[in-house]
Design a protein around this ligand. Structure first.
Ligand code: ARG
Length: 570
């Protein structure tokens, strides 16, 4: 289905062509204030500026050629030259009717479907998955879901950190300090403990440092014992990660850790050198970016003087692999902002290697504790993701018990899970990804404001209307009418679901979807207060019921695209 935005933009384009202004592609956007109509266009202002003309006059000229009387009341000129559109009640009713009957809720497939690799979550083995990874995991997952819904072909790839210098310490610790019982009870915690213990012991002990480094070299050279230990740590860590992914309902199409690219690193470096992309400098093989001022002093090192490979080397090999095996149009990396330089470097290097896929670093800021510093446990360690999720469920259990003490116990546990996990995800997704946000239990579990429980509750309240009906209701058979202001406002919002989703992918901003759903819920409450539903006469009653049903479907589907479920009661 074409959206209102697209439809008005098309009509505007024809008017511009007819008026002799064919050199711009006009944009139509929803207005922020209903006094200025429902949609507006700024084309006249842009044109007037280009041609040094009076914008209101240009607007008047455009309007003369504008044929929209099946969509909107006569367009008006406002302010410095905006063209405003007020949608006709019949047009809104017809559209709502169509959306009610549409399984896709009015959302079209992308006209340019692409194949996209999304690199997200990517925790490190023998290190805990901390709340920093939560941002990558949750943002990445929602981008995957939205891209798929819009008809793109997505390969979700978890690039786990299963190969790195940490393994020297882990293997040494494993050989000297491992407690098997502890390992069975708490695998990641134990591995992290070994890592920390060796890390601390090494600090003032050069001899130990050397031994630890030798363990790493042995692993890299394929020593059987060290390799077996490494394998076990990967297996144990992955099992823990999987528990978290299961809880969060997150799935990957590929889990190709850094280790998968090991054998490709040496030949890659040779090729880079042979092709003149990299050069040896002070013994290390480097890729220089002399033509880019801010990178002039910052080469990417791909092979150290001692022959060791680095994070950048692995990432370049990974890009080659992805291009060769999947031939994607784009690769999206959902990774924290501190890695911006790394991605800038490897993207430039990949270009030189002839990679034409679009490479995007989708960065994000930090999660702060209530003291506004990077969130840490009392012991000063980064907070484990599993602890956060368990606490969310626990706290939600208390909230649900208080709100609805009559719920049967088994329902209560399931609902608390849905609310707790939804709250954590929504908190993440309702922020602009670059914002450092304060993690507040109270705020995220509140039933007021822009929160998951508020939206879930809006859904539950709509569903409860339908439970009061004497007979099953079929929204598709209702004739929708849109007369009251509150009905208009709701019908317009419902149509905007299709407009918001492509925008989310334009700049990777799931918060646009969250804000949309929040506004939808508010608009719905306004409608429900102003317009009686069950108590009104037919055919208005059925029309309003159909609007209620559509609101619930969009709330559920929209939250679903964020990986958040809706309970039927709460
Ligand atoms: N494992 C890395 C970390 O925890 C993130 C990897 C991101 N993906 C990539 N292709 N570099 O920092």
């Amino acid at each position: 289905m074409i959206t209102v935005r697209e439809l008005l933009a098309e009509r505007l384009k024809s008017a511009l062509d007819a008026a002799g202004f064919s050199d711009i592609t006009p944009e139509v956007t929803p207005t922020a204030d209903a006094r200025f109509g429902d949609y507006q266009a700024n084309a006249a202002m842009i044109l007037a500026k280009q041609r040094r003309m009076n914008p209101r006059q240009v607007a008047a000229e455009i309007i003369q050629h504008l044929a929209v009387d099946d969509i909107s009341a006569a367009p008006e000129i406002a302010g410095a030259g905006f063209i405003n559109f007020r949608l006709l009640p019949q047009f809104l009713a017809d559209r709502a009717q169509e959306i009610v009957k549409d399984d896709r809720l009015g959302v079209s497939d992308s006209r340019q479907p692409r194949r996209i690799v999304v690199d997200f979550s990517s925790p490190n083995v023998a290190k805990p998955m901390h709340v920093g990874h939560i941002r990558s995991t949750i943002i990445g997952d929602t981008l995957v879901r939205i891209a798929r819904f819009l008809g793109h072909e997505v390969i979700a790839d978890n690039h786990i950190g299963d190969w790195g210098t940490q393994f020297g310490k882990v293997i040494y610790g494993w050989k000297h300090f491992l407690n098997r019982e502890e390992l069975a009870a708490n695998p990641i915690g134990t591995l992290v403990g070994l890592y920390r213990k060796v890390n601390a012991a090494e600090e003032n002990d050069e001899a130990l440092k050397k031994t630890v480094r030798e363990e790493l070299v042995k692993l890299q050279q394929g020593d059987a014992e060290n390799f077996a230990i490494w394998q076990e740590t990967v297996k144990l860590s992955w099992a823990e990660f999987e528990k978290i992914y299961g809880l969060l309902d997150i799935h990957f199409d590929a889990v190709l850790g850094e280790s998968a690219y090991n054998d490709a690193l040496a030949p890659l470096c040779e090729r880079l050198e042979k092709d003149g992309i990299a050069e040896v400098s002070e013994g290390a093989l480097c890729i220089f970016f002399r033509d880019i001022p801010e990178l002039a002093e910052k080469p990417a090192i791909v092979r150290k003087a001692d022959g060791g490979f680095l994070y950048a080397t692995t990432d370049l090999a990974t890009i080659e692999y992805r291009v060769k095996h999947w031939n994607p149009d784009a690769i999206w990396y959902v990774v924290g902002a501190p890695q911006a330089l790394h991605f800038q470097q490897i993207f430039l290097a990949a270009q030189r290697m002839g990679v034409s896929a679009e490479l995007k670093h989708i960065a994000f800021g930090s999660i702060l504790g209530e003291d506004r510093k990077i969130m840490r446990t009392r012991a000063g360690e980064s907070v484990g993701l599993d602890d956060v999720l368990n606490e969310a469920i626990e706290r939600a259990t208390a909230v649900v018990a208080e709100k609805n003490p009559d719920l049967p116990a088994e329902d209560r546990a399931a609902i608390a899970r849905t609310i707790g996990l939804g709250a954590v995800k929504y908190t993440e997704l309702s922020q602009h990804r670059m914002t450092d946000y304060v993690f507040s239990w109270e705020k995220m579990l509140s039933f007021q404001g822009n929160t998951a429980p508020y939206l879930q509750n809006a859904y539950v309240r709509i569903r409860s209307i339908f439970r009061k009906l004497e007979a099953p209701f079929d929204p598709a058979s209702a004739t929708i009418s849109v007369n009251e202001d509150a009905e208009r406002a709701l019908a317009i919002k419902l149509g905007q679901f299709a407009e918001i989703l492509p925008l989310v992918l334009e700049d990777f901003r799931p918060n646009l979807l969250a804000n949309y759903l929040y506004e939808l819920a508010i608009t719905f409450h306004g409608f429900y207060e102003a317009c009686p539903v069950l108590k009104s006469e037919e055919p208005v009653r059925s029309s309003r019921l159909a609007l209620c049903d559509l609101t619930a479907r969009i709330l559920r589907h929209g939250l679903g695209l964020m990986g958040i479920q809706c309970p039927e009661r709460m």
